[in-house]
Design a protein around this ligand. Sequence first.
Ligand SMILES: NC(=O)c1ccc[n+]([C@@H]2O[C@H](COP(=O)([O-])OP(=O)(O)OC[C@H]3O[C@@H](n4cnc5c(N)ncnc54)[C@H](O)[C@@H]3O)[C@@H](O)[C@H]2O)c1
Length: 283
Amino acid sequence: MTITTVGVLGLGQMGTGVLQVFAQSGYQVIGVESDQGQLDRAIGSIDKRLSSRVEKGKMPQEDKDNIMGRITVSTKMEDMGDCDLVEEAVPEDMELKKKLFGDLDKICKKETIFGSNTSCLSVTDMAVATNRGDKFLGLHFHNPAPVMRLFEIVRTIMTSEETIETARKFGESLGKTVVVAPDVGGFIVTRLFTPFLLGAVRMLEEGIATREDIDISMKMAVNHPMGPLEVIDFIGLDTELSIAETLYEETKDPKYAPPLLLKKMVTAGWLGRKCGKGFYDYK
Ligand SMILES: NC(=O)c1ccc[n+]([C@@H]2O[C@H](COP(=O)([O-])OP(=O)(O)OC[C@H]3O[C@@H](n4cnc5c(N)ncnc54)[C@H](O)[C@@H]3O)[C@@H](O)[C@H]2O)c1
């Protein structure tokens, strides 16, 4: 199947970056976001990022104009009917995702491939909310999507080989490196990385080290570009808590149990960079 028009549902932190990646790679894109204020911020941030590249001489103005020209935005899912592929990037909430995929199933043409950007929810559970299990997979971009090079495809037992191959070629056309993972909680990346991030929160909670020493240690000793607590602030503490809860629920493995400190911080509304306060202060 040839993909020319791509939809992105939910233009928050991830969807905005994914929309930019698609448009930069030459696809016609339609971004749908339910919150008009967020829709405006999403387009504004793509425009700002590309303008900065033009100002630094890294991109001709004409390229920026062409990229922006390929982007259409809307607050209505009905506008995604003709998309060849729709990538969902709404919050990590199974009931919300199932409801929206059920609606999309009625709106989109029967050939449309559905992908979810979920970090660790069951892709199979979402697929059964539609009548196109063979055309349903996880398409997991990493944060920030325009920078991170991995495209993690998640295959369910219903996903057809043809859909996997179309998705693989699509991922490569975005300039990403493709891996295919089974539909187990957290797939490859989140399953492996989450115990490390939660371990950093426990280390802070137990008073073993300060937040600065934890982050500096991992940056200086292991060459990570960000420390684990900085990473959680970047991901969003609410998203990280939801990931831990899902993985713990599925595996009952204590390494995924959400630390109390993380729960308390989310309850307090300290969600990380997106709200100006998390393990660090960004105001
Ligand atoms: N944050 C990360 O680092 C990261 C990394 C990889 C994957 N993910 C996954 O990507 C998904 C999105 O995460 P995020 O961090 O971008 O969340 P986010 O909260 O920043 O963005 C979600 C967006 O979806 C919008 N939305 C909610 N309901 C909608 C609807 N009915 N129609 C259209 N838009 C709607 C919200 O207004 C919001 O702008 C989640 O599944 C998350 O697990 C996140």
